[in-house]
Design a protein around this ligand. Sequence first.
Ligand SMILES: [Fe+2]
Ligand SMILES: [Fe+2]
Length: 178
Amino acid sequence: MTETLLPPTDEERAAMVRVDQAGEFGATRIYAGQRAVMGDRGPVASAIAHMAEQEERHRLKFDAIIAERGVRPTALAPLWSAAGFALGAATALMGPRAAMACTAAVETEIDLHYGQQLDRLGGSDPALSATIAEFQAEEVEHKAEAIARGAEEALGYPLLSAAIRLGCRVAIRLSERI
Ligand SMILES: [Fe+2]
Ligand SMILES: [Fe+2]
C-alpha cells in the first residue's frame, strides 16, 4: 500500500516553528546554566561560549519567524527556562565532561528532530527549510565538538545521555502542542 503524503498544513508548520523556537530558547538556557556554574574558566568554557553564541542566533531567528508568521509561542517557556538552566547547571557541576555529554545528548535529538522536519517539509516551505538546514548543520558541529572534548568519557555517560535524550523528546512533543 502506498501512502500519499500531503504537504504539511499551515497548522503543522506553525507547530514546527513553535517547537523550534522553544528548543532554541531551551538551548540558550542550558548554556546559561552551564556558564553560571563554570564562568569563563575551565577546559570547555570557550567551546561553550561559542556554542551559546550560536544558540542565541538560532533563538533570535526563530523569535523573528514566530513574529512574522503570527505563530503562538509555547506556553511552556517558563518551564523550559527553568528546566534548561537546571540541566545546564547540574551537568556543569558534575564536571566538564558531563557538560559536554549534555550537549552531545541534546544535539543528537535536535539533529534527528530537524532532519524529520526537513523530510516532512519537502519543498513546501523553502525559507523555513533553509533556516532549519543551516541550524541543523551547526547543531551537528556542536555534537562533534562535545564528543571531541570528552562527552563520552563522562561518568555514567550511557545513563546520563539516555535520560537527557528522553527529556528532549518529551519537551519536543509537548512544545509542538502546548
Ligand atoms: Fe540551536
Ligand atoms: Fe546547538
